[in-house]
Design a protein around this ligand. Structure first.
Ligand SMILES: *[C@@H]1O[C@H](CO)[C@@H](O)[C@H](O)[C@H]1NC(C)=O
Ligand SMILES: *[C@@H]1O[C@H](CO)[C@@H](O)[C@H](O)[C@H]1NC(C)=O
Ligand SMILES: *[C@@H]1O[C@H](CO)[C@@H](O)[C@H](O)[C@H]1NC(C)=O
Length: 886
């Protein structure tokens, strides 16, 4: 009927408080304005212990011997063979396994239910996780078909997942049947947890509403089953089930779904605007937290006219989707109609020409929501659903702006009752760091590279390889359930259904799940345990954020535990930033965040333990033996990879802002890992509106241009990285105020020496005679370009990386042809400005303009004496600079 055209987008339901919908108001009085109390609330831990609580504090009971399991003859229970660190105990560590059809029967009051299925693909009873392929049906509905749990979680990069459905139960009996796939003889079905929570008919429509776009009405009625695929608290933080309005829904931060760098700005209510439901209206549509935060386009009307605030969602083709948008004006200055009017587009169709939230709600502080149905025609198995907001300028509204507070997307069952889509395509195997490029097998290739292709082809291939690698990494990103309690607004509870897939266009699918791979929630007791009650003997160091301890978790896994100072406002912000950043980023050359603790006003981060500590402690002022040149180079290459990933691997450029040798850590295999994203910032977003940032970073490493203009770019990191290169060459601090004036700043001094062709005079004496001249030249050149005064003259991190790898190859081939480089060799090497050795054509003009840097760094230096070796981010500094922040 209504599916005849593509991309139908129509409004099917509108509902206005308090102006109209009189009958609803009456109904609402009956329901009362408190949270919903579900009549049915079942948390069944399959194969689990009799009573347990999950990380959100919800109580689970076992299905063993329960009335819901009619016969246990054709199923068995088992525990997962391993618990990945991110996986919560409840309900994931136990499962019920089925080798043939199996039905759970739940006697429930008739009505609508949320059914949530919990899956952790792992080995159970020795069964191979990859054989867990099965279908799930309930009454006339197919919820999952040949669902390959491990393929799905792998493709989305989760460790476990939750599927959420909304079903109407007509006859007081909800049956759920698991059927192993018929496609392979050894398939089995499993489930870890089943949650059933009744809910009011809040997603039902009656089909009589105005239709936007084409075609006629669309009914979502009692015969319709829905699968929630996205549920976002736009401009806000994750909301855990126990913080929902009784419906046990998870809401996720929207930032991973925003398309392009134009992310708009987030807003919170003005002090005298109170967000509340009008008295008597149901309060369970969405938590007030959803309505109190929003994302708008930003303050600049002319900027806003030229862009769309856009989100994209990966979805299965061939289904209709119910898109519910939640709105609430929270600004004191928007309380009349025609002040903020905008158009809403879905998949390029107009869903709403003139959205005026005040027109709908009557006033600011009053929540409203609107529903739309979008049909996504068959095509590729998965595609993107686009949501665009744009100011509607024809209405000449006071502001050219648009807002959104929350969003839910449901898949609607097809005519045959089907909700199942295909399994997402497996990820391309990430080129997990052929990295470590020194290995012996590589020495074969590098000759070819050096010999044959100083020219372009191979170089391009190499870089392309890197990019592929980076792209696949960029899909990794998970968060973890936790309570969402306390001060941490960024509660990592749950997470966006497919944050991973939203970040790139290559992945497969969405799912209604809680990925949570990486970030685990620790209790404060566990942390105290791990650190022997913060035993000072375990202190690894003290940073801007707080003390760092060595600790042991679980059965002896070593970790580094950072305990923040709960009183520091700045620290708090950095803590949140760091969790947010790190939980999104996974890379061999980034320090992995294992988990966090946010109890009792404590902010604690748990990281992988880096056995060899910081790069700095292997360079100077140290008892450690000096690092051989090749190893230094490999470390630099690793760190460059990590930074390159930050700059290009994620959807948005991430600028580290505090690159220095104490933020490059070394694991037990001497693999370099970039750490400390507490100062990181996603950039550059809409330049014209809100780039400005508080200047942060460490003296001696600070990009002079950033310092002058407070303009943060990825090239600021390149500058700092250049200083790091000089530091490993020269084995001295970036700033050393005890030296004669012209030598205080390493960057300046090294540039000066390079210009005078005497850089070799200031290198680490230990290295003399050990660096192949060509290699030295290449590294020095690269470092010089990195610290160019003007950002645009500095190479991007990818080029830096290429050049260092090339330098390493030069070193290796020189060593093969009989090592031993006299100091004389180094000395005799001529520095030429336009080296034709550079295969990439290092072409950042003016790059050797050494002089320019000085005037700006003098400022830096006078301040710098407070922080002589640049080891701590200085709060002083940030106060000096623009305090506007974000
Ligand atoms: C399920 O996915 C795994 C990859 O995780 C794959 O190895 C396996 O072959 C798949 N099973 C089936 C029956 O498709
Ligand atoms: C905004 O989105 C609509 C619908 O997709 C499109 O027609 C329009 O060109 C977009 N405008 C801008 C400025 O990108
Ligand atoms: C959803 O499934 C039910 C049961 O099979 C069916 O009656 C109904 O028409 C389906 N809805 C749509 C929109 O196809």
């Amino acid at each position: 009927m209504i599916f005849s055209t593509n991309h139908i987008s129509m409004r099917i339901h509108s509902y206005r408080w308090p102006v109209s919908a009189f009958s609803l108001l009456l109904l609402a009085f009956v329901i009362s304005a408190v949270d919903y109390e579900p009549t049915e609330k079942i948390f069944l831990s399959c194969g689990g212990p009799p009573d347990s609580a999950d990380s959100d504090g919800r109580k689970w009971t076992s299905d063993i011997g329960s009335k819901f399991v009619l016969s246990s003859t054709n199923s068995l229970t088992a525990s997962a063979a391993i618990q990945k660190p991110s996986v919560p105990q409840v309900p994931y560590m136990s499962a019920r396994i089925f080798h043939s059809d199996f039905t759970y029967s739940f006697p429930v009051a008739s009505g609508r239910m949320f059914l949530r299925l919990y899956f952790y693909p792992a080995s159970y009873n020795g069964l191979d996780a990859s054989h867990g392929v099965f279908s799930v049906t309930s009454g006339p509905y197919t919820l999952l078909k040949n669902f390959n749990a491990s393929q799905t979680t792998e493709a989305l990069n989760y460790d476990y997942m939750i599927k959420e459905f909304s079903l109407n139960v007509p006859f007081e009996w909800l049956n759920i049947t698991f059927t192993p796939s018929q496609n392979a003889s050894n398939s089995y079905a499993f489930v870890n947890g089943i949650e059933i929570v009744s809910h009011p008919d809040i997603y039902i429509t009656d089909g009589t509403e105005t239709v936007v776009g084409q075609s006629t009405g669309f009914n979502i009625d009692n015969s319709t089953a829905l699968e929630n695929v996205y549920r976002l608290n736009v401009g806000g933080n994750d909301i855990s089930p126990s913080h929902d309005t009784g419906l046990q829904r998870s809401w996720h931060d929207d930032s991973n779904y925003i398309f392009s760098a134009a992310r708009g700005v987030t807003e919170v209510p003005d002090p005298n605007v109170t967000v509340s439901y009008p008295s008597g209206s149901p309060s369970y549509i969405a938590p007030l937290d959803v309505y109190t935060t929003l994302r708008s386009m930003g303050p600049n009307a002319s900027v806003n006219q030229n862009y769309n605030l856009t989100w994209t969602f990966n979805i299965d083709s061939g289904f209709s989707y119910l898109v519910r948008l939640h709105f609430c004006e929270v600004s004191d200055h928007v309380n009349k109609v025609n002040q903020r009017v905008f158009s809403i587009f879905m998949n390029n169709r107009t869903a709403e020409k003139e959205a005026d939230v005040i027109g709908w709600a009557g006033s600011n502080g009053v929540p409203v929501h609107r529903d739309y149905v979008v049909f996504v025609p068959t095509g590729p198995p998965q595609q993107y659903l686009w949501l665009d907001l744009h100011p509607y300028t024809l209405s000449k509204s006071q502001r050219y702006d648009a807002i959104l507070n929350g969003l839910e997307i449901f898949k609607i069952n097809g005519t045959n009752g089907n909700l199942a889509g295909p399994n997402p395509a497996p990820l391309p195997q990430p080129l997990v760091d052929t990295g470590q490029s020194s290995g012996s097998n590589q020495s074969k290739n590098h000759k070819a590279i050096i010999g044959g292709a100083v020219g372009g082809g191979l170089a391009t291939l190499l870089v392309a390889g890197l990019i592929v690698c980076v792209v696949s990494y960029s899909q990794m990103r998970k968060k973890d359930p936790s309570t969402g309690d306390g001060w941490l607004p960024l509660s990592l509870y749950g997470n966006s259904p497919s944050s991973g897939s939203a970040k790139t266009t290559t992945t497969g699918s969405y799912s209604s799940s809680r990925p949570s791979n990486l970030c685990r929630h620790f209790s404060f007791a566990e942390i105290k345990d791990a650190t022997n009650d913060f035993d000072e003997a375990l202190l690894l160091g003290v940073g801007g954020f707080g003390k760092v301890y060595r600790g042991e978790i679980d059965s002896g896994a070593k970790v580094a535990i950072k305990r923040g100072n709960p009183l520091s406002e700045q620290g708090m912000h950095e803590f949140q930033t760091e969790i947010e950043m790190l939980s999104k980023l996974r890379h061999r050359h980034l320090v992995s965040l294992i988990g966090y603790c946010e109890e009792n006003c404590e902010m604690v981060l748990v990281y992988d333990y880096m056995a060899y500590g910081t790069l700095r402690e292997h360079l100077y002022k140290t008892q450690n033996p000096p690092l051989p040149w090749k190893q230094r180079l490999e470390i630099c290459i690793g760190a460059a990879r990590g930074l390159h990933y930050l700059h290009t691997g994620a959807k948005h450029t991430i600028i580290h802002r505090d690159v220095k040798t104490t933020n490059i850590l070394l694991d037990e295999n001497w693999v370099a890992k970039v750490s400390d994203f507490g100062l990181s910032k996603t950039g550059p977003s809409l330049d014209h509106t809100h780039v400005s940032t508080v200047v942060k970073g460490s003296f001696g490493y600070l990009d002079p241009e950033y310092f002058r203009r407070q303009q943060l770019t990825d090239k600021s990191d390149v500058y700092s990285y250049g200083v790091v290169l000089f530091e490993i060459l020269c084995a001295r601090p970036a700033l050393n105020p005890t030296l004669p004036k012209e030598q205080v700043s390493l960057a300046e001094w090294a540039l000066h020496c390079h210009k005078k062709e005497m850089l070799d005079k200031i290198i680490d004496p230990y290295l003399k005679g050990k660096i192949a001249p060509e290699c030295f030249k290449k590294v020095a050149e690269t470092a010089v370009k990195c610290v160019s005064d003007v950002g645009s003259d500095r190479p991007p991190m990818g080029d830096v990386l290429w050049n260092l790898e090339f330098a390493l190859q030069l070193q290796e081939s020189a060593e093969e042809s009989g090592g031993g480089f006299g100091i004389e060799d180094v000395k005799s090497f001529e520095f030429t400005k336009d080296s034709d050795l550079s295969p990439m054509g290092f072409d950042y003009s003016n790059s050797c303009s050494v002089g320019q840097g000085s005037s700006t760094s003098i400022e830096g230096r006078s301040l710098a004496s407070q922080d002589s070796d640049g080891s701590t981010p200085s709060a002083v500094f940030s106060q000096i600079m623009n305090p506007e922040g974000r």
